[in-house]
Design a protein around this ligand. Structure first.
Ligand SMILES: Cc1ncc(COP(=O)(O)O)c(C=O)c1O
Length: 372
């Protein structure tokens, strides 16, 4: 059976390095904090060209810590994309504030700056933009809007650690676009550990100090608690695994991108002869952007038929995401928001296997008989 994300193939390739790193932690007796965490935070910072890094227990915790550091209050509103994983909206609501759902661009599937602009009101405090499926959100426009209205921006790069955007001749990296940026190290993410994990990134020392306190019971030093915080720690074993995988990320990302191009080619050729109503639309990667392809997601006009073909070929698939967030039961009461592009996307998206250890040519060979 083809795995949706081939984590065992990845472990096989790095087994020697991983086992050494894991054993060293187990033998060290230091499982929380310590040199592995410090080294990982430094290496993540170096990868991003230098910024403050705070590791924590998950991407969801990272969002909660970021919102807390930005002093989110119950009367506040935060604009979030309507089409993504629930975490950004959930964290806003969990802290008692109100998520306001912005529609997406129909081609890139990213949060739409026009929709964001239309939703800004007197209670709006900030924007959480998600780097959906591994491509950075349109931060240049979002920043402009945020600056005009005195809002903060959180970049949710849970799916995009390693993605780039070409700006003025330079490649800027995901996790550098927000006042605070976050990522997730959930195992299937482009940079994943063997459990839950996450990290926060910022250029602001003040925010970094605050986030470090919040993640450590609000403490500035041992048993001195300045503010109310939580316990959100990445453990040393996960840090050791991440350090090995981070060392290989720059080799893996081009392979993920080549795998995505193989699918692109296959579906582009298919579309030339596809019967009416059966076209497969590809997520547009904006010029100058590189995606981590956390997901390779297409939009099938007739999704049931597409899924039938995937099942026949025994290729695993996922629906990211089957419902716009404003329609989720926890948000839908009295929510009359209109996000037609998010609704449309949720009815047509299908994700295919695409990590650096996925045999995409083998998958395409299996699909060919069903796509003729
Ligand atoms: C866009 C996005 N944000 C946040 C999260 C939450 O990350 P975690 O599962 O590490 O809490 C995820 C996880 O899938 C995600 O995709």
């Amino acid at each position: 059976m083809i795995p949706f994300v081939n984590l065992t193939g990845q472990r096989e390739k790095y087994r020697f390095e991983l086992e050494n790193a894991e054993q060293a932690v187990l033998d060290s007796g230091c499982f929380i904090g310590g040199p592995q965490i410090e080294a990982l935070e430094n290496e993540l910072s170096d990868f991003l060209g230098g910024c403050h890094v705070q590791t924590c227990a998950s991407g969801t915790d990272a969002l909660t810590i970021a919102l807390t550091a930005l002093r989110l209050q119950p009367e506040d509103e935060v604009i979030v994309p309507d089409f993504t994983f629930i975490a950004p909206a959930e964290c806003v609501a969990f802290l008692g504030a109100t998520p306001v759902f912005a529609d997406i661009d129909r081609e890139t599937l990213q949060i739409s700056p026009e929709s964001v602009r239309s939703l800004i009101g007197s209670k709006t405090r900030g924007i959480i933009a998600v780097d959906l499926f591994g491509q950075c959100a349109p931060f240049e426009e979002l920043r402009k809007i945020a600056n005009e209205h005195g809002l903060w921006v959180i970049e949710d790069a849970a799916q995009a650690f390693g993605a780039t955007v070409r700006e003025a001749g330079n490649a800027s990296k995901a996790c550098t676009f927000g006042d605070i940026s976050i990522t997730s190290f959930y195992p299937s993410k482009p940079l994943g550990c063997y459990g839950d994990g996450g990290a926060l990134f910022t250029a602001s020392k003040e925010l970094a100090d605050k986030m470090r306190m919040i993640a450590n019971h609000g403490s500035s030093g041992r048993y001195c608690h300045e503010i109310i915080g939580i316990n959100s720690r990445l453990d040393a074993l996960q840090a050791a695994v991440l350090r090995v995988k981070l060392g290989h990320l720059s080799e893996e990302l081009p392979v993920r991108q080549q795998n995505a191009q193989k699918y692109d080619h296959f579906f582009t050729v298919y579309n030339r002869t596809a019967p009416d109503g059966q076209k497969i639309l590809l997520q547009k990667i904006a010029p100058g952007n590189t995606s981590t392809y956390a997901q390779y997601t297409v939009l099938a006009e007739d999704r049931d038929s597409f899924i039938g073909k995937m099942k026949q070929a025994e290729i695993p698939y996922c629906i990211h995401y089957p419902m716009p967030l404003h329609k989720q039961p926890c948000f839908s009461k009295g929510n009359e928001q209109l996000c037609p592009n998010a609704e449309w996307a949720s009815k047509h998206v299908v994700s295919l296997p695409v990590c650096a250890f996925t045999d995409v040519i083998g998958i395409i060979d299996k699909l060919i008989p069903n796509f003729q």
